[in-house]
Design a protein around this ligand. Sequence first.
Ligand code: SAM
Length: 247
Amino acid sequence: MRLDAYIVDMGYFKSRGRAKTAILAGSVKVNGAVVKKVSRDVASDDEIEVAEGLDRPQGYFKLKRIQEESEILQPGDRVLDLGSSAGGFILFASEIVGHVKGIEFSRDFRSELGKIAFERENVEIMFGDVFTVPLKTLSEEPVDVILSDMTLEPQDSIKALAWVLPLLKENGKLLQVIKLPKKKNPKPTLSKIEDLGLEILQVISSKKQEIYVIARKPGSGENEPVSGEKESESGEKEPEGMETDQN
Ligand SMILES: C[S@@+](CC[C@H](N)C(=O)[O-])C[C@H]1O[C@@H](n2cnc3c(N)ncnc32)[C@H](O)[C@@H]1O
């Protein structure tokens, strides 16, 4: 049997996709040797070793990396996760913060998200459309962090952001994932985020066709230029340089 299918059958991974990622990353050994060929033929008498903690949705590792670069999440934070999918962001955030509430449109993720909410006391899930649920239902109190990753066109991501922004505390932080082809200039989208009154702290690039924007909601009365901004030659404020992801 193929190695990727075999380790799914053995219960190490929920999907062939996750098994393949682990094999290609060199995290699977057959009879003591790392094997990176996903289709390698294995039999029941082969000894298989799989590194621990890898059977998680991709979003888990994405947010882990963003956290390493931005420290957007802090212990005790109240977090809102828009577009929770299989719960990668939720799983990672719930290891750090006080409370995470996720909203997901698709019922396809019902069992995965339900399991996470059942197993983790600090996780709450609701199913619905971010654009139509009453804000109060999303969160009864203001949140410290909003994570927004909804596979939408940039202009629709901004619309969703404008809708949920009243829920973010002053000085609260935002992670906005923006789907963007590599060659497309991010500045118009970044300007739209700033037009919502947010201060962009960091823009993290990735090998995927997306960028990760970390922003802050200024406190009322703040109008001084904030550190992290610099003046461009044209006099416009710009976030500090794009950080390049090697993942
Ligand atoms: C890229 S995935 C999010 C991945 C997630 N951050 C993770 O940790 O794995 C985008 C998700 O957003 C959901 N979504 C898209 N539009 C939505 C909406 N209007 N309301 C709620 N969820 C939405 C999609 O169903 C999809 O599951």
